[in-house]
Design a protein around this ligand. Structure first.
Ligand code: PSU
Ligand code: MN
Length: 295
C-alpha cells in the first residue's frame, strides 16, 4: 500500500493489465467478461493480475473487481498525457497501453499485457501516431500483445518501432500478427518459441540496460482468429465510413472497432476477447520464468 501519487495493491509476482478495453475498446456488455477471463488466465499460472487505471482521482495498480465494474461504466480512455488532469479532476478512466506501461513501471512491474498496441494511424498525413509507441521507446519492460491493432498502418508502425529502438519478438511466429488475424505479411527478424526464449532476450536487454521495451507479439488463438480476408474487408469498409463521418483523434479507434464488430457479426469481438485472455496468460508465463532462479 502506498500514499504516493499511485496506489499499488499487488506484491510480485504480478502482471500489469491495461484497462483501455474496459472503458473504450470493447462494447459494454463484454467488458467485464474480458477482464475476468484475463484475470483468470493470469491467476491460473500462479501470478497476480494487476489491472491499472484511474479511479476517483487515484492511479491504481491492482484494481479490485468492484472498481473494474464501476470503471466499465465509464468511457474515458486515458493516455500518459491525460493522467495529471484526470487525477486533478478526481476522475475515472481506463488506461491505454502508454499510460499502463508508465504506471506499471512506476510500480516496479516488468511484464504487461494488452490486446493490441496503438500505432501509426491512417491516413499517414493525419499525424495520428499512438503514444503507445513512444512509451514503448522509453520504458524498459515486456509487453505482450497481438501486434498492432489492425486499424493502424502496420508497415509504418513496424518501421517506427525500429526507429524507436523497440525489440519486437514474434512468439512462435515469424510474422507480425494483424491483431484479429494471424498474419500481416510483415516479417519479424526475431522469434521466441517459448516464455524461456523471451526471458533470454529480456535478460540481455537488462544486461545492456536498453531503454526500450521488448514487445512480444502473439498471434490470436486459432479457434477465434479471423481470416486475413475477412479482417481486411471489414477494415476497409469501416475506414471508409469513418472518413465520411469525419471521426478523428482518440475517437477513431473505438469507432472502427465497434463498426468492425458489426460487420463481422461479432467474430472480431470473439477474437478480441480470446486474444486478450491468451496474451494475459502468455504474460503470466513469462513472469513465472523471470522469477525462476538462474542456474
Ligand atoms: N487495441 C484494441 N482495442 C483498444 C486499444 C488497442 O484492440 O481499445 C486501446 C489500447 O488501450 C491502446 C489504445 O493503448 O487503444 C491506443 O489508442 P491511441 O491509438 O488513440 O493511442
Ligand atoms: Mn491517436
Amino acid at each position: 500500500m502506498t500514499d504516493g501519487p499511485i496506489t499499488v495493491r499487488v506484491d510480485a509476482p504480478a502482471v500489469a493489465l491495461e484497462t483501455g478495453f474496459l472503458t473504450r475498446g470493447l462494447p459494454g456488455a463484454v467488458r467485464l467478461e474480458a477482464a475476468q477471463r484475463m484475470a483468470e488466465a493470469v491467476r491460473s499460472r500462479g501470478v497476480e493480475p494487476a489491472f491499472i487505471g484511474v479511479f476517483r482521482g487515484q492511479a491504481i495498480v491492482g484494481l479490485a473487481l468492484y472498481e473494474l465494474e464501476l470503471l466499465a461504466q465509464h468511457e474515458e480512455k486515458l493516455s500518459t498525457r491525460d493522467l495529471p488532469a484526470a487525477l486533478a479532476r478526481h476522475g475515472y478512466g481506463g488506461t491505454t497501453v502508454a499510460a499502463t506501461m508508465f504506471l506499471a513501471h512506476l510500480a516496479g512491474l516488468t511484464v504487461a499485457a494488452t490486446g493490441g498496441i496503438g500505432g501509426v494511424h491512417r491516413p499517414l498525413d493525419s499525424g495520428d501516431v499512438s503514444a503507445d509507441l513512444y512509451e514503448l521507446a522509453r520504458t524498459p519492460s515486456i509487453l505482450v500483445c497481438s501486434g498492432v491493432k489492425a486499424i493502424a498502418d502496420l508497415r509504418a508502425t513496424l518501421e517506427r518501432l525500429e526507429t524507436l529502438g523497440v525489440t519486437v519478438v514474434g512468439y512462435g511466429t515469424d510474422q507480425l500478427p494483424a491483431f484479429w488475424s494471424p498474419d500481416s505479411g510483415l516479417a519479424l527478424d526475431t522469434v521466441a518459441e517459448s516464455a524461456e526464449g523471451v526471458a533470454e532476450i529480456w535478460r540481455r536487454a537488462r544486461a545492456l540496460n536498453t531503454l526500450g521495451a521488448t514487445l512480444v507479439c502473439v498471434p490470436p488463438p486459432r479457434e477465434v482468429a479471423l481470416t486475413t480476408e475477412e479482417s481486411e474487408q471489414a477494415l476497409a469498409q469501416a475506414l471508409e465510413e469513418s472518413r465520411v463521418a469525419r471521426v478523428t483523434g482518440p475517437d477513431v479507434t473505438p469507432y472502427l472497432l465497434s463498426r468492425i464488430a458489426e460487420l463481422t457479426e461479432g467474430r472480431s469481438l470473439r477474437a478480441n476477447l480470446g486474444l486478450l485472455e491468451n496474451n494475459a496468460g502468455v504474460a503470466a508465463a513469462i513472469r513465472r520464468v523471470l522469477d525462476r532462479p538462474q542456474s
